[in-house]
Design a protein around this ligand. Structure first.
Ligand code: SF4
Length: 375
């Protein structure tokens, strides 16, 4: 078929339909006929988008003058039908009748529609509407453009062309809830007249109340979430501050103890023995704590420091358990001093119930090596 008039509902849907037809060696002419659009403003936005696409893609485009009153007459009595119901069948017939007339007058061999690219449009019902209005010698041609990812392709191409993509089908009955312009301005009152003359039912009027209630709940939840996050961060800052203070205080106390005459610590829980783990290498993530013996830290200290100088005074240390030095009190040649500092941290009002905190204490232990009275 050389001459096909393609009824076009909008720019985005036209993109993949034109591309598909061109792969079939059909060069369509676009016909924008959309009396169904709720407002002149929406009609102009969609017309601008399809003009932009037609220009970029080099497709011939014609547009039917907008006549929403004619469309309202075509769907009279079907206003309360749900989207996808009988009003849509009448809507298809109205738009396709305009396309059929233009195709016959223009000497086209047939006409089709981009509407079939939408996953929301039932193709067999669209085709039935097309056949119902076709003229002798100018049939409706069935193209199911949604097949083989036609819709997905239209989304990709519309983004590439930078086209306006609407969020509702088109008529005033399809856009309530999508476009604030079409919402009932006074949902508390029954049977309000909307700005396009549509009268709503009670259930439609109640919808905005539900939405605003949900919005308030979402706002409260969001504010609570922010409070929890800020409270948690504040609690962490308080804990970190107290931790830094106790570390500084314990270090100062341990330094004093190491620098002055006095006894060594009699336990040394800070350093333990470690097994190398499966990789047979120490200081790797799979090391395992053994605990108890002080032989390893003693040997470690001695072996790392002795070669650098004369450590003969510590001969005993390399062969004797550190604990035995510690037991000798101030006469020991080698040992450790220990200091600990603690702080109570204020528990913030939110942290208590949320994190199960009733009181918080942070503390630090510092161990320092002491050799005779040097450190
Ligand atoms: S929902 Fe879409 S197809 Fe149905 S009547 Fe409205 S504009 Fe037409």
């Amino acid at each position: 078929m050389d001459r096909l008039l393609l009824h076009a509902c909008c720019g985005p849907c036209s993109t993949s339909c034109v591309e598909r037809l061109r792969t079939m060696d059909i060069e369509p002419v676009l016909y924008f006929a959309n009396d169904n659009l709720a407002t002149r403003e929406e009609y102009d936005k969609r017309l601008d988008a399809i003009r932009s696409f037609a220009q970029a893609a080099g497709v011939e485009l014609h547009a039917k003058p907008y006549d929403h009153d004619a469309w309202r007459a075509a769907v009279r009595g079907l206003e309360d039908e749900p989207e996808g119901g009988r009003r849509c069948d009448a809507c298809f017939r109205h738009s396709l009748a305009a396309a059929a007339e233009a195709a016959a007058k223009g000497g086209f061999e047939g006409f089709s529609t981009t509407l079939s690219v939408s996953p929301h449009k039932n193709s067999p019902r669209l085709f039935a509407a097309g056949h119902a209005v076709e003229r002798p010698g100018c049939p409706f041609v069935e193209h199911d453009f949604k097949k083989r990812n036609g819709f997905l392709r239209s989304v990709q191409l519309a983004a590439e062309y930078g086209l306006y993509r609407q969020t509702f089908c088109g008529c005033e009955f399809s856009c309530q809830g999508e476009n604030p312009r079409f919402r009932n301005p006074n949902p508390a009152a029954d049977n309000q007249t909307l700005d396009f003359g549509l009268r709503t039912s009670d259930s439609r009027a109640a919808a905005p109340v539900g939405r605003s209630g949900q919005a308030v709940v979402e706002l409260v939840v969001a504010m609570l979430a922010i409070l929890v996050i800020v409270g948690g961060l504040l609690q962490l800052v308080l804990l970190a501050h107290a931790d830094t203070e106790t570390m500084a205080e314990a270090t100062a106390q341990a330094s004093d103890a190491a620098a002055s005459k006095g006894s060594f610590a009699d336990t040394f829980s800070a350093i333990r023995d470690w097994e190398a783990g499966r990789d047979n290498l120490l200081l790797t993530p799979d090391d395992r704590e053994v605990g108890g013996s002080l032989a390893h830290p003693r040997n470690d200290i001695a072996s790392r420091t002795a070669p650098a100088g004369d450590w003969s005074a510590l001969d005993d240390a390399t062969h004797t358990d550190i604990r035995s030095f510690a037991e000798r009190g101030s006469t020991a040649a080698f040992g450790f001093v220990h200091a600990r500092a603690e702080r109570d941290v204020e528990v913030l009002p939110l942290s208590g119930p949320l994190f199960g905190l009733h009181q918080a204490t942070t503390g630090n232990d510092v161990w320092m090596v002491k050799v005779n009275d040097l450190y």
